[in-house]
Design a protein around this ligand. Sequence first.
Ligand code: GAP
Length: 463
Amino acid sequence: MKNNTDTKDSVMEKIVALCKRRGFVFQGSEIYGGLKGTWDLGPLGVALNNNLKREWWKMFVDNREDVYGLDAAILMNGKVWEASGHVAGFFDPLVEDTETGERFRADHLLKDVGVEADGMSLEELDAAILEHKVMSPKGNTLSPARQFNMMFESRIGATAGPEGKVYLRPETAQGIFVNFKNVVDTMSPKIPFGIAQIGKAFRNEIAPREFLFRVREFEQMEIEYFVKEADWETEFEKLRADIVAWHEHLGLSAENIREYEVPENDLAHYSKRTIDFEYNYPGKGFDELAGFAYRTDHDLKNHMEASGKSMEYIESDGTRFVPHVLEPSFGVGRALTAVLCEAYTEDEMNGEVRPYLKLPNHLAPFRVAVSPLLKNKPELVEKARMVFKALQAEFGNVAYDENGNIGKRYRRQDEIGTPYCVVVDFETLGQEAPDLIDTVTVRNRDTSEQERISIANLVNYCQ
Ligand code: GAP
């Protein structure tokens, strides 16, 4: 956010309002009063989200020779989650308002009063709540903290017994681990190599909050990168640089990103080392954007033991070993929020505040918008439609906008982050000056400057 005199809180409120007003993000099940922890992406949100995921896939899969793609089923055999340790260890600490029964995360309530509670045991949480006289938001006392498993459970088919129990996956990673052998057998990758997946994950968050930041249904973009144990530190540094490059590609400025070394007592049950990449969200401050973990051989070893199937990698000289794993894990919604926060800009134009999204060209929902100067002049409309079709064939995501006056159209497109607005006018038709025939006005979102460009050069200009 630039040129902004507002408090950071109100900036976030403005972004949330813009998302709703312009069709980026809607509350889930809104007409029924919503469903906490769910959001729906509107027409512009899904365009931005798809662009973000496509760029990620290009950078981490298509443009690399050592990473293979995968799309595993969301529903998996319940034994997967026993072997992975999620049934026994995927918990958050829960406390209840003793009057209303409302549920909260104990560590979050402590954080709200300035106490860092990451990694505390249940006893330590209870003691800290007592010491700092922490109450529920309604001012009531809190129950002792207890562990709450965050996996959603369901039943498969008509089976009533425990054998029918399934979980909605809380991370996409396990779909990759259970397919490790399939990918090795079919693609013959040379170690080190990675398997990448983008897909939905589900967590029964005790207290979903802060827009897309903590939700119950979200998307992850994950890579499990398989290495020899002796190489994990070298490969860790290489992937760490790739993550930095990805955040640069999203247009996130270096001063808004920081790396946080997760302390040992707060590591996930599978991790020996984790770095959180944090973004400086307005009104919230630095918080996790993506995680990068060294998962050792925890997952493959456990699946090998539980399934009885070998998860070994065999080298050309016959050496067999269970690879160790590095895991860059990105939440799509958190990246999308960071991109929107970074892009939100206000400046003054003709004495009025102009809010706009300074999105990178490769992420903007529309690359360019095309308009006829006047919508009641068929010759202008016909030419504008021709230009629109030509640009659409190249970029796909092109808007045709003929409503209201040109100034209003520019404002509308600025607000949703369209980098260029093309206007077809009488000069385009050669009616004003013959040398301007087949040229259009292109107006730049960020500078508001206009240039006369020949239609033949438009695609190049809007790259
Ligand atoms: N496979 C490793 C894993 O899932 P994680 O740190 O629990 O690690 C990875 O999650 C990323 O997924 C986080 O950095 C975050 O971007 C996103 N994420 C996790 N829980 C989320 C939630 N409840 N809502 C939105 N995004 C979430």
